[in-house]
Structure formats: C-alpha cells, structure tokens
Design a protein around this ligand. Sequence first.
Ligand code: SAM
Ligand code: SF4
Length: 452
Amino acid sequence: MQKRVYIETYGCQMNEHDSERMLRLLEDFSFRETKEAREADLILINTCSVREKPEHKVYSALGRFRQLKEERGTMIGVAGCVAQQEGERLLARVPYLDLVIGTHAISSLPELVQRVVGSGQRVCETAFDPKGGFLKTPLPQKSSTKVKSYITIMQGCNRFCSFCIVPYVRGRETSRSSREILDEIRELVDRGVREVCLLGQNVNAYGKGLTEELDFPGLLSQIDKIKGIERIRFTTSHPADLSEGLIRAFSELGSLCEHIHLPFQSGSDRVLDRMHRGYTRSSYLEKIEGLKEKCPSIAITADVIVGFPGEEEKDFNDTLDLMEKVRFDDLFSFKYSSRRGTRAAQFEDQVETEIKERRLSVLQQRQRGITFERNKALEGSVVEVLVEGKSKQSMQDVTGRTRSNKAVNFRGESSLVGKLVSVRITQAYPHSLRGEIANSVNASSRDDRFPA
Ligand code: SAM
Ligand code: SF4
C-alpha cells in the first residue's frame, strides 16, 4: 500500500539535495511525497546545526509534530547535522521521536524505516562511512523540464575552522570517484539537464587523498568536455584551496560560469588567524585580483561573520574595508554563533549580542548598496540567460539566470524553458534584473550547439 512522506528541510543546498535524494530512495519503497504533514505516514526533518537558530527550529518543528504522533501514530525521523551531533541524546530528549539518521546514513534510510516498523523499536544510526556515504543524484523524469541539477562530489571537511561544527558532523574530507561523477553528469544531460552545480563543504579540495590523478580543475575540465553540458557551477570554495589552475580554468573552460562563491569570513588578519582560516587578508585579495584579471566579468559572492570572539571595532572596519575593495555581487552575512565542541566556543572574549547586531546591520546596509550598484551596472547590456521556468510573479514572464548567477525575468513563452536566450537588461532591482529578448540574437539550445 502506498504511504506518504513529508520532508521539512533546513540549511544549505547540500541539505536540500540530500532531502531530494531521501525522497527518491523512499519512492522506491512505495512512499510518495506529500506537502501536508497532516497526511503523512512518515515525517522527516532534515536539519542544520551550523548556527544556533536553525538548530532551534528543529526542536520547535518536533514540538509541532508531536500532536500528529499522538493522533495518527505518524513515524517521525530527524536527519542531517543535528541528528549526527546529538545521536542517542536526541532520542532521550524527544520521547516520541522514532528515528535518527546521521549524515552518512541516508543511503540506508529505507532499511532504517523498515527496522522501526519491524521491531517497533526506536533507531539511531550515526556511524561515519569511510567512503563518504555517497548517493547517486536522482535522475529527473524523461519528460521533466528540469534544467539544472546539484551533484555532490565530496563530503566533509578537514579544515577545522575554530568556529565551525561541520568537520564534527560531516566527517573527514572524502571525494567521490571522478568516473562515477562523470557518468552521473552524462546521464543527467541525457535527461535534459543543462547546468550542473558541484557540491561539497570544501568543494575545491576535491581529489585530495584520492588515488586517481584528477584534482578539482582536472575534474572541471573533464566535465566541460561532456557533449551537451552548457554550464558548470560549484559551491563552496575555500580561499586556501583556490589554486592557480582553478583561477586559469575560468578563462579556459567554456562552460564554467563566471561566478565564484569565496567566503572570506573576516577582513582582519588577527581574527582570521584566530578563526584558523589558513590565509591572510592580503592573500585573499591577491586571489581576487587573479580571478578578476583572468576573468574580468566574474561575479564574486562570499560569506562573512561579524562578532567573532575578540573582534574589535578596528577588526570590523577591516572587514568593511575588504568589502569595499572587492565589491562583492552579494554577501551572506552572519552573527557569530557559539557552537558546542568547537574551539572558539571556549574563547573567553565573546562579543556582546547588541554589538554583533549593530555590526551586522551596518555591514548589511552597506552591502545592499553595493549589490544594487553592481546590478545597475548591467542595465543596457546583453546577457546570456538559461531559462529555468515560468515566473512565479507573472504568467507572461519566464525566469532564468545569467552566467554570473543573477536572476532575470522577461516576457517569454514556456517553450523557452531549457534554452539559452540573449536578453537585454532594462531594469536592475536590488535582488534581480528585468530584461527583454535582444533583437539581434535569439534562443539557442544544446542541439544547435552540438548538431547531430
Ligand atoms: N566551507 C565553507 C567555507 O569555509 O567557506 C563554508 C561552509 S559553512 C557550512 C557556511 C557558512 O556558515 C560559513 O561560511 C560561515 O560564514 C557560516 N558559519 C559557520 N559556522 C558559523 C558560526 N559558528 N557562526 C556563524 N556563522 C557560521
Ligand atoms: Fe567549516 Fe568551511 Fe571551515 Fe570546513 S572550511 S571548517 S566547512 S567553515
């Protein structure tokens, strides 16, 4: 008999991608997705513990589902970083929780569900798989209009930044074999996918420790050769692992999009050192220069933390100054959040909440201005847009992204979905662009580029 599963996801793209994979695995075991927790036989919460706020959301979500457990006997499971971090403690804390699925246990999800059903016992699986616990990317249906796909190429992290929980909850860096990755991308392209985004906590460390010869730029170059691939993206890169070869790849590989997400975390050398980031302000800026030199149109986005323990006003000013120098296209900014078990949680010079809040608001206000200025600079230019679907705002519009990863809306038919279209930017907004199909050029497709 068919059963229904409801999945709630918190955190990054890797978690979104993991949720998609959990769903596909369960589909093979007679589950289908429901968007209504009330209707579900199984509720899964895929969690994030990188900061305190998303971690708290897990407990309030569990509180919300308690009643469903009581009324309908719904099975409830927690997956992801909080599951890995808390393990058995989570079962003890939440008596109506049935299942804890660690970050490397996703591939065993159907068996774990079976075990709960079969034994009537609560189950917790948090062992690390030395091979990384990789899972195949679910293939879109042949008839689907899915244009882009994520693909996990490495797991875990060896860097141990002093503020970060990731190495503890995702384990050591493990890379997938390049053959597996390339085969998977070929299959995705066969199903109509035009853009892939390679995922990993420290994605440009790909290949370290692998017995095969491919490093990250080598892998990109192999993917670029796949017939039919239009665009390659990747996230998230670490500045210390940004090699000369990777910088060169931006000018050499036709399908590598002109965008890099390169978190800097702080503009102060003193803070970077205490964060254990492994680079300095000037070496970060040198790499940015190298990127802009090789690829003048590159868009640069980053993550930054304010209020790291011991951060003084002058350190914060160094962060603002670095932002002004780079002029990021966008910035994801966070207040430092103390994470149990990390080194920075033990630092005694924690910054007061009000100071963190003030600094975050100053920084975000400045970045809003820069993002808008960067978008404004595109007005009048013609850009290549990969059309992803109909716009949610207007049925007459389609939506897509530039190679620099900016969202663009313009008048167009759904037949453009999956096509590359030349679009003239007519209006910039703070978070998106408006355009019109450029007269001179028109829609192209993979088949035009690669005639049979
Ligand atoms: N591996 C990436 C890197 O090193 O740049 C980052 C991955 S991390 C999951 C995503 C972002 O969360 C980080 O870049 C950082 O800005 C933020 N982050 C991680 N730990 C944090 C903490 N304890 N408090 C606030 N922000 C944090
Ligand atoms: Fe966390 Fe990124 Fe540092 Fe790894 S490199 S510890 S994921 S912030």
